[in-house]
Design a protein around this ligand. Structure first.
Ligand SMILES: Cc1cc2nc3c(=O)[nH]c(=O)nc-3n(C[C@H](O)[C@H](O)[C@H](O)COP(=O)(O)O)c2cc1C
Length: 354
């Protein structure tokens, strides 16, 4: 039976986590999702400890959050124990509930310096970091890892045991290797193995996009929590729907009006948070994901992509949703047929960026 779990005294209820995604899960996106309901823990994008400890304004901006996001974890990445500790102290000072260490990022620029998934290949360094950070903060310390560096170096069970020994209080496992990037599927049997190997709570990550998928993962692995990343970009209500199902309620079904409203709300949150041009660019990058699976969505994404002002974006959203509501073609593309939920590979361009 799936139930809320605790990271020390912090209740993760429901046991669902908005997975950190660099370039996506900034404060605007997290608020949008948190307002839809069903999220037990939000996590920042990964934040460079080099940037934070050298007062880079971007890194500081990435640490902002709203009170209603709590519990909120700040995820940091880096490779120098001392800098990691300083950054963790800053996160605690900024009010974070949890500090999370990124041991999964596959990006060459991160791994080259020994950070992200590079730490999975250098356990003495990882141990030094965990012990140093643990000394610096009083709030819970957690890690997010991958299965291992490559198929020949699957070591998540060993890493989880080491982490537990260093005082880490939650492990999140994305069951792909660093070499795999985002290809193929996450191996959830490894989540089961890690769960069986340690006493601290364990959550799994990778390819969950449906209520049934989440329930199956809980059943098969016995894990405590489930992280959802790309699935939340395509369906911001996924957490609420899973929570509904956990409570035996009929899962919430967003109407077309809800989908239109979520796009407008997101654009507003972005504009409140960043310069107009940056908000427009972020809309171009992400708005399309929210309409994946809607009829005529491809033309809509193209139309947003070619918009240059706030008003143009608002007009395109209005025109598109009016067309679907009336079952009219949008810019020549049929809007009457509905397609299935698209595959996660549709996020490939974003994945390549990290
Ligand atoms: C665009 C993008 C950015 C990501 N950035 C991070 C990150 O900053 N930190 C992290 O731990 N994982 C990051 N990930 C990995 C996700 O948190 C997650 O583990 C992975 O996408 C698998 O889960 P999903 O299939 O639910 O998306 C990122 C993934 C994507 C697609």
């Amino acid at each position: 039976m799936t139930k809320p779990f605790k990271i020390r005294d912090i209740e993760i209820n429901p046991p669902l986590i908005l997975s950190p995604m660099a370039g996506v899960t900034d404060v605007a996106f997290r608020c949008l999702l948190k307002r839809r309901g069903g999220i037990g823990l939000t996590v920042s994008e990964f934040i460079s400890v080099e940037g934070l400890t050298r007062n880079n304004p971007k890194s500081w901006r990435q640490m902002r959050f709203h009170e209603y996001e709590r519990p909120f974890a700040v995820q940091i990445f880096g490779a120098q124990p001392e800098r990691m500790r300083m950054a963790a102290e800053m996160a605690q000072e900024a009010g974070a509930d949890i500090v999370d260490i990124n041991c999964g990022c596959p990006a060459p620029k991160v791994v080259k310096h020994g950070g992200g998934s590079g730490l999975l290949r250098d356990l003495p360094r990882l141990e030094a970091i965990l012990r140093e950070v643990r000394k610096g903060i009083t709030i819970p310390l957690t890690i997010k890892i991958r299965a291992g560096y490559s198929d020949r170096e699957i070591n998540c069970v060993e890493v989880a045991r080491l982490a537990e020994d260093c005082g880490v209080e939650h492990v999140a496992l994305h069951g792909r290797t660093r070499e795999q990037g985002y290809r193929g599927f996450a191996n959830w049997d490894l989540v089961r193995q890690v769960k069986e190997a340690v006493k601290i709570p364990v959550s799994g990550s990778g390819d969950v996009t449906t209520i049934e998928g989440a329930f199956q993962r809980w059943r098969e692995t016995g894990c405590d929590g489930i992280l959802i990343g790309r699935g939340a970009m395509m369906n911001p209500w996924i957490f609420r729907q899973i929570e509904d199902a956990l409570h035996g309620r009929e899962p919430f079904q967003p109407t077309l009006e809800d989908k239109r409203a979520v796009l407008l709300e997101y654009f507003e949150l972005l504009r409140d948070d960043m310069p107009e041009i940056a908000a427009i660019n972020r809309m171009k990058q992400l708005a399309g994901h929210f309409t994946k699976g809607l009829p005529g969505g491809a033309r809509f994404r193209t139309a947003i992509y070619h918009s240059h002002s706030v008003q143009e974006i608002l007009d395109r959203i209005e025109e598109y949703f009016t067309a679907i509501a009336q079952g009219r073609p949008y810019m020549g593309e049929e809007t009457t047929d509905t397609s299935d939920v698209p595959a996660l590979t549709s996020c490939d361009a974003l994945c390549e960026a990290v």
